[in-house]
Design a protein around this ligand. Structure first.
Ligand code: HEC
Length: 127
């Protein structure tokens, strides 16, 4: 029984990944959606592109969900549409990145230059 379910899920995953793979090829890797199904606005400026790289290097461990992380309930908010929330403001997001959240998220004060934080914020605005 369980084995059949796994097979079905695998088949489903394969079927799902085909159109995603095609779409990624059409886009030529120039921004747009990610392989994990998160809808991200198009990367246009250099700032956004650098921010995207910084995000995927430093934040994905917690902020990009995988099926496994979801199942284990260990993924943090995916931060999609963060800046579309009515109560969010840039200053608070910058502070949160610098200071982290005690026992939950590391502080990045010593990791990024001011320009890198600008890039990250520019990216988060279109994520
Ligand atoms: C070790 C895990 C971890 C890493 C790495 C991490 N975060 Fe977080 N982050 C958390 C947790 C846990 C929370 C609070 C719970 C939640 O919002 O899901 C959080 C919350 C946030 C929030 C507030 C979310 C909200 O819904 O209000 C923002 C913004 C944020 N993180 C940005 C970042 C950025 C940008 C990076 C990379 C520079 C990063 N985080 C790296 C774990 C992490």
């Amino acid at each position: 029984m369980a084995c059949r379910l796994v097979l079905r899920l695998l088949l489903f995953a394969v079927l799902l990944s085909v159109p995603v793979g095609l779409a990624a090829q059409e886009e030529g890797g120039g921004g747009g959606g990610s392989a994990l199904g998160v809808t991200v606005g198009k990367l246009q400026t250099d700032e956004q592109k650098r921010g995207d790289a910084i995000f995927h290097k430093n934040c994905h461990l917690c902020h990009i969900a995988t099926a496994q992380k979801r199942e284990l309930k260990i993924n943090a908010n995916e931060l999609v549409g963060l800046f579309k929330r009515p109560n969010i403001n840039e200053q608070a997001v910058r502070q949160l990145i610098q200071n982290g959240i005690p026992k939950r998220m590391p502080a990045f004060t010593y990791n990024f230059t001011a320009a890198e934080v600008d890039d990250l914020v520019a990216y988060l605005k279109i994520r």
